[in-house]
Design a protein around this ligand. Structure first.
Ligand SMILES: NC(=O)c1ccc[n+]([C@@H]2O[C@H](COP(=O)([O-])OP(=O)(O)OC[C@H]3O[C@@H](n4cnc5c(N)ncnc54)[C@H](OP(=O)(O)O)[C@@H]3O)[C@@H](O)[C@H]2O)c1
Length: 477
């Protein structure tokens, strides 16, 4: 079999219709006899040989010597599980590495020290992670959906497996939140003596790319989505991006790390970007700022933490304002460090693989993180409500008494108006105006919008979003 696979990989890459010869359920490259000093080995099995899996293999091979010097160990990818053995791989399969479709080739192999899960999904991937941990093997994953859906179960399993053991199993997931940005490690190690009062982040690259296209380049929502999909920024199901759900999964994980709270994803108020229009950007510009899809978690007093994913108005002097395109950013405000901002690539082959590699090398060096989600808090409580200034945009057909009725409904729900904005009306049957409220609870804004939507003149659902910072007025132009 020597060299057969690499030849076929090259041929298949050049001739997409060419199929691999498939003698069994796995293929293997024979390891050449190398005359190297015998270093202790760290053997790795990877589930997934796609975008991220391929990047991990490439980095391990290209930095082999460097990693040997850093860890004193030889890091070897021994097995890779894929779905389709016949698919050409866009990376060179290492010598001696088995490509297989049989999960048990990895899960039944006790010689593997680290199991890397980068195949995605929440069902089979969960089985893989559970079996590997139960088997005492360290796990590295990039799968935020899996963690968000199963965090308490994974944590309980790790605690059970590690109970009374000196050699504890490790679970690493740096790549799962914001790809290449080292936010997980930072929350595990850099804020241990600090109190985080607020996390706010642009944590979905696809939507930030779209909003930049709409704001800076004047694109419509559909044009922006189609461009994001063409460039590979959107998930296979873009609802996860544009609906805010991908950001919500990440925020859930950050809330646990920063505040020790396991919050149900569904309890985090989540609003995507689907209802945003060009008009909203025009109004945001009139106010001197822009609109970003932001995930926010903040301490609101008495040990309570509120969180939301929503488009939000940001002023032009906000650190998140300048974060454009598919870039991600997370700002942490804390007692000791004050403001810390991490900006970088939130997805893509090498940024994501880079984080997996950091986890792998850390494990190879013997670093320990026995509580991968930080200790749970006994006192902190999640509350599904928060106060903010809000921007509310209402579409209307011209009628008498609109402002009066708005004022009445505002008064009914204690929504105090800071200002009203209106572009010159061009169509009397399809116009819009915006209200900026004083600081009010989200629940009151929802009630206000629900009642206004029932009125004859109101066209379609009201759109509302929070204003990100309390000092936003200082940046008004
Ligand atoms: N791509 C990114 O930028 C990025 C960023 C952050 C996190 N992540 C996370 O990383 C993970 C992997 O993403 P990716 O972009 O690398 O995905 P991908 O390119 O689609 O690769 C998935 C790999 O897993 C294999 N696979 C999928 N389902 C399988 C199954 N049922 N049985 C066996 N093998 C299976 C596929 O095999 P075939 O190749 O044979 O189809 C493929 O090699 C996901 O959890 C994703 O959320 C990705």
């Amino acid at each position: 079999m020597k060299f057969v696979l690499s030849t076929l990989v090259l041929l298949a890459a050049a001739t997409p219709s060419l199929a691999f010869v498939r003698p069994s359920q796995s293929v293997q490259r024979t390891a050449p006899t190398l005359n190297m000093a015998a270093l202790p080995e760290v053997n790795i099995g990877i589930f997934g040989g796609g975008t991220v899996g391929g990047g991990i293999v490439e980095i391990i091979e290209s930095k082999r010597e460097h990693f040997e010097k850093m860890t004193g160990k030889s890091i070897n990818v021994k097995k890779i599980v894929v779905r389709d053995l016949d698919k050409a791989r866009d990376f060179t399969v290492p010598e001696g590495c088995v490509i297989t479709t049989d999960f048990d080739d990895i899960l039944g192999d006790d010689s593997l020290d680290i199991i890397v899960e980068v195949m995605g999904g929440t069902t089979l991937a969960n089985d893989v992670v559970r079996k590997a941990l139960s088997n005492g093997q360290d796990v590295v994953t990039a799968n935020k959906a899996l963690i968000a859906a199963n965090l308490p179960d994974i944590e309980a399993l790790i605690n059970k497996v590690n109970e009374g053991k000196d050699e504890k199993v490790e679970f690493r997931y740096e790549a799962a939140v914001c790809g290449g940005i080292p936010i997980i490690r930072s929350l595990q190690s850099d804020f241990v003596g600090d109190d985080i009062t607020m996390i706010s982040g642009i944590i979905n690259g696809c939507t930030n790319f779209m909003l930049t296209a709409m704001d800076v380049h004047g694109k419509s929502y559909d044009e922006a989505l189609s461009e994001a999909s063409d460039l590979g920024y959107a998930e296979a199901d873009p609802t996860l991006d544009v609906g805010g759900f991908d950001a919500r999964s990440k925020l859930k994980i950050l809330i646990r790390l920063a505040y020790g709270i396991d919050v149900e994803e569904e309890d985090i108020s989540c609003r995507g970007i689907t209802d945003l229009t060009k008009l909203d950007f025009q109004y945001a510009k009139m106010m001197g700022g822009s609109i970003k899809l932001i995930g926010v978690a903040k301490a609101v007093g008495d040990g309570k933490v509120a969180a939301f994913v929503s488009p939000a108005y940001v002023t032009q002097n906000d650190s998140l304002y300048a974060v454009t395109g598919a870039t991600n950013a997370i700002e942490l405000i804390s007692k000791n460090l004050e403001t810390t901002t991490l900006i970088g690539q939130g997805a893509g082959r090498y940024p994501t693989a880079n984080s997996c590699i950091n986890d792998i090398i850390s494990l190879a060096k013997g670093d320990k993180t026995p509580l991968p989600f930080n200790p749970p808090s006994k006192d902190a409580k999640f509350v599904n409500n928060y106060e903010s200034n809000f921007f509310i945009r209402l579409k209307y057909k011209d009628a008498l008494g609109i402002t009066r009725q708005c004022g009445e409904v505002c008064e009914k729900y204690g929504v105090s108006i800071h200002s009203m904005l209106q572009n010159p009306t061009t169509k009397s049957d399809d116009a819009a105006f915006a209200i900026v409220t004083e600081k009010v609870p989200l629940s009151s804004v929802k009630k206000f919008c629900a009642e206004i939507e029932e009125l004859d003149w109101c066209q379609g659902p009201a759109f509302y979003m929070p204003v990100l910072r309390e000092d936003w007025e200082t940046a008004l132009v």
